[in-house]
Design a protein around this ligand. Structure first.
Ligand code: FAD
Ligand code: NAI
Length: 477
């Protein structure tokens, strides 16, 4: 049997890999994508961390748990009396799994539509590049060797475990276990007050857990604009998340049905807490296991990421790497942008990823979203800036929704008025942030946004008003 030959082979079908494969196919290349993720029946489950145990299932559970919380608390204010409210956790998890499956199937459909050949299995470099490109050995449900003129490594990341406390996904949970708990834990511990800790902590708190968060750093959400982070901490604490900052975790031990965490508080006091489950969300590590990177001399950096230049080129000719397995924020949309850019570079085009305008969203309630520089970054850089903010309390749509928490905040250059950063906390800011991203891509000034007609009543009027606030001309506050 002759070895199958492809112009481009993508290893990994997460948001970075599957998008790169589709874009490469659109550009006329013969493309294969190899992914090893299996569903519970052993079948292919493309979509990577994002689709299977990340973005998609977490947002499904965040939505369901928010409905539950609203039915229990917020509906009354709207004149809707609910009696006999009950949680069917089995159904909630089943719905989440269905949403995941729809996304897996969607990607398989897109591969067919775009004539991308999909292999379900693990791909490894089988040797140096020959005349036909790199030989790649696929093992798993699919077993064969294929040749690739160009290889895009998009193998993603894995949850980082605490030293001495490996994930068992029953008591010590990574994101995988945190998305599949079968009974609401009475006491839930969360180590790491980052994005996963806050999102998953919110889900289980809404469903009834008493949640204690233990964070190593003394500052809450250090990468977020300080004013927004302060408001977020206030809101989450009010909701019942017990957030402990500056904590040093000393040990984690499991019993039959519980986990004991010994830690030292910021004040230096020794503490011990016993939890029914413990989520460890202290960051993620790049996944290069099984690639056989050393066999071909694919260089990794000192932190284990595949080493790449600004164009996602590795040290090997014709080998590229994108997404969580390379430097930069571990975000699905960053991975996608890099995937598109690399496919276009392979085609000789000028693919581009603008790291300065990658938006961040934390899907808690209130949601947190931002793009560009924070106030503390501008101060540290000595940039002269103006700040303007507008509270949702003064926004008609937010009042009608019954959710007036938070604000929109603009930071603009003091001289040119160019928007340098936009920071939001409040209802649906995951959607509102796009306007700020577009504005920054086009190098808009705050005045540009302030002069654009925004629909009334809409949450987006808070964006316009915050832009007006830069020049102290808010109309509704
Ligand atoms: P991955 O999605 O990790 O995909 C890599 C794929 O490669 C996997 O399917 C893996 O099985 C496969 N693979 C690895 N090695 C091999 C091999 N040798 N052969 C074959 N296949 C291989 N980001 C956001 O932007 N928004 C969010 O809301 C968000 N929520 C998240 C929630 C959670 C709980 C987590 C854990 C992450 C979340 N993220 C979110 C981050 C996001 O999931 C990642 O940034 C994104 O998945 C990275 O995409 P990727 O394509 O680089 O890698
Ligand atoms: P994270 O980097 O967001 O947060 C980790 C937190 O753990 C930090 O606050 C860190 O200070 C703390 N920490 C680290 N070691 C610790 C220790 N030993 N003890 C106590 N605290 C410790 O990482 P997280 O939450 O695991 O998420 C991983 C990545 O996944 C995120 O950085 C993000 O890129 C992505 N993600 C994105 C989401 C989104 O876009 N909405 C949602 C979830 C994840």
């Amino acid at each position: 049997m002759s070895t199958k030959q492809f112009d481009v082979v993508v290893i990994g079908a997460g948001p970075g890999g599957y998008i790169a494969a589709i874009r490469a196919a659109q550009l006329g290349f013969s493309v294969a994508c190899v992914d090893e993720w299996a569903n519970e029946k052993g079948g292919p489950a493309p979509g990577g961390t994002c689709t299977n145990v990340g973005c998609i299932p977490s947002k499904a559970l965040l939505q369901s748990s928010e409905h539950y919380e609203h039915a229990g608390h917020a509906f009354k204010d709207h004149g809707i009396e609910v009696s006999g409210l009950a949680l069917n956790l089995g159904q909630m998890i089943k719905r989440k799994n269905t949403v995941v499956k729809q996304n897996n199937d969607g990607i398989l459909f897109l591969f067919k539509k775009n004539k991308v050949t999909f292999f379900h299995g693990r791909a490894a470099f089988a040797g140096a590049a020959g005349a036909d490109g790199y030989p790649l050995e696929i093992t798993g449900p699919a077993n064969e060797t294929i040749n690739a003129k160009q290889v895009i490594v998009a193998t993603g990341s894995n949850a980082r475990a605490l030293p001495g406390a490996p994930f068992d996904e029953k008591l010590i949970l990574s994101n995988t276990g945190a998305l599949a708990i079968d009974a609401v834990p009475a006491k839930l511990g969360v180590i790491g007050a980052g994005v996963i800790g806050l999102e998953m902590g919110s889900v289980w708190r809404r469903l009834g857990s008493e949640v204690t968060v233990l964070e190593g750093l003394p500052a809450f959400l250090g990468a977020v604009d300080e004013q927004i982070a302060k408001e977020a901490q206030k809101q989450f604490t009010k909701q019942g998340l017990a957030i402990n900052l500056g904590v040093k975790v000393d040990s984690v031990t499991t019993g039959d049905n519980n986990v004991t965490v010994k830690y030292t508080t910021a004040k230096g006091e020794a503490q011990e807490s016993v939890f029914d489950k413990l989520i460890v969300s202290i960051g993620r590590t790049p996944n290069t296991t099984g690639l056989n990177a050393d066999k071909v001399g694919l260089a990794l950096d000192e932190r284990g990421f595949v080493a790449v230049d600004g164009d996602c080129k590795t040290n090997l000719p014709g080998v590229w790497a994108i997404g969580d397995v390379v430097r930069g924020p571990m975000l699905a949309h960053k991975a996608e942008e890099e995937g598109v850019a690399v496919a276009e570079r392979i085609a000789g085009q000028h693919g581009h990823t603008n790291f300065d305008t990658i938006p961040w969203v934390i899907y808690t309630s209130p949601e947190i979203a931002w793009v560009g520089k924070t106030e503390q970054q501008l101060k540290a850089a000595g940039t002269a800036y103006k700040s303007g903010s507008f509270p949702f309390l003064a926004n008609g749509r937010a009042r009608a929704l019954g959710d007036t928490t938070g604000m929109v905040k603009f930071l603009a250059d003091a001289t040119t008025d160019e928007i340098l950063g936009v920071h939001m906390i409040g209802p649906m800011v995951s959607e509102l942030i796009s306007e700020a991203v577009v504005a920054m891509e086009f190098k808009a000034s705050a005045e540009d946004i302030a002069r654009i007609c925004h629909a009334h009543p809409s949450l987006s009027e808070a964006t316009k008003e915050a832009a007006l606030a830069i020049d102290k001309r808010t109309l509704n506050f």
